[in-house]
Design a protein around this ligand. Structure first.
Ligand code: G3H
Ligand code: 13P
Ligand code: ZN
Length: 316
């Protein structure tokens, strides 16, 4: 059942974080739904601009609608990840999305405010909520690369001003994470001080943590043992997910880890079965492994076993 992102946030705030997982194809969708059903967790499906172009935005929409029928017990929202203004309007018009993210964080502050405000007006008219971003995460997103030196943490006072001026419904804050597999050079920790200050200024307001993959070292080792050349990849400490959730982080974005599971499964499969050329056997292993991974993440986020209570609170 597709619900609004606001409904998910209302149930989660201060207690747990909803996992927001990116999908690009049917195998990821199957693994994601299975993992969330196994762990009885609500979730958010994220679709990036790159994902919309990978096959076709209509293909992804059809996959999600089909998964909704295959897994009628699932409760989830559909969200545009890192949208630009034009893509946000396209998603708002489509009638399919629960929420959009307008990411104008690379623009000067006033521009970010102006763009976000326009998207919020259009989205609210259509009943969608809007995630915006303030501060700059390091790392790579589709066509934007932020060098380490240019990444900036979110300023709490500015965050409050930004939310008041734009009317956005949730805010992605830069608290030390970055996109991709190489997140930390030195101390591997979130800036809880920044989160605390933001929560004090805006109690009850949902925050979002991007770049939250944990980059499991076991996956990295297995990928490298099967011919990969991932360097010193490091991710977020999974023991920091729940403390962040208690400070108002209601959505935790995880994409890279799923790609690592995919890479490990396929590298190992074709290393061990070099004469094989049917893509379905590794695809089946991937769906199972991805489901296991998702279920394990939902436990760490605290969203596991929340489904029955959420259903009750929604009156469904
Ligand atoms: O933050 C970016 C997400 O990991 C999506 O990545 O733009 O390559 O689909 P993508
Ligand atoms: P990771 O690269 O850490 O998985 O972050 C994903 C993300 O923030 C998607 O918006
Ligand atoms: Zn992101």
């Amino acid at each position: 059942m597709i619900v609004t992102t606001a409904q998910l946030f209302k149930h989660a705030y201060g207690k747990y974080a909803v996992g927001a997982y990116n999908i690009n194809n049917a195998e990821q969708a199957m693994g994601l739904f299975r993992g969330c059903i196994q762990s009885k967790a609500p979730f958010i499906i994220q679709i990036s601009k790159g994902a919309r172009k990978y096959t076709d935005k209509k293909m992804l929409e059809a996959i999600i609608r089909a998964a909704d029928q295959i897994f009628p017990e699932a409760i989830f929202a559909v969200h545009l990840d890192h949208g630009d203004e034009e893509t946000c309007y396209d998603c708002i018009k489509s009638g399919f999305y629960s929420s959009v993210m307008i990411d104008a964080s690379h623009e000067p502050y006033d521009q970010n405010v102006a763009i976000t405000k326009r998207v919020v007006e259009a989205a609210h008219k259509a009943g969608l909520s809007v995630e915006a971003e303030l501060g700059m995460l390091g790392g790579v997103e589709e066509d934007i690369k932020v060098e380490d030196g240019h990444a900036t943490l979110t300023n709490p006072a500015e965050a409050q001003d930004f939310v008041q001026k734009t009317g956005c419904d949730s805010l992605a804050c830069a608290i030390g994470t970055s996109h991709g597999a190489y997140k930390f050079k030195g101390r591997q920790s979130l800036h809880f001080d920044v989160l605390k200050k933001i929560q004090q200024l805006m109690p009850g307001f949902p925050l979002v943590m991007h770049g939250s993959s944990s980059v499991p070292q076991d996956e990295v080792k297995r990928i490298n043992a099967a011919g990969g050349t991932l360097g010193s990849a490091v991710g977020v400490d999974v023991n920091e997910y729940l403390p962040a959730a208690k400070l108002g982080v209601t959505k935790i974005n995880i994409d890279t880890d799923g790609r690592l599971v995919w890479t490990r499964v396929h590298r190992e499969f074709f290393r061990d079965k070099s004469g094989e050329f049917d893509f379905r056997p590794p695809g089946k292993i991937f769906m199972e492994e991805y489901a296991k991974f998702i279920a394990s993440r939902n436990v760490l986020l605290g969203s596991a076993n929340q489904l029955d209570d959420l259903r009750k609170s929604l009156g469904k």
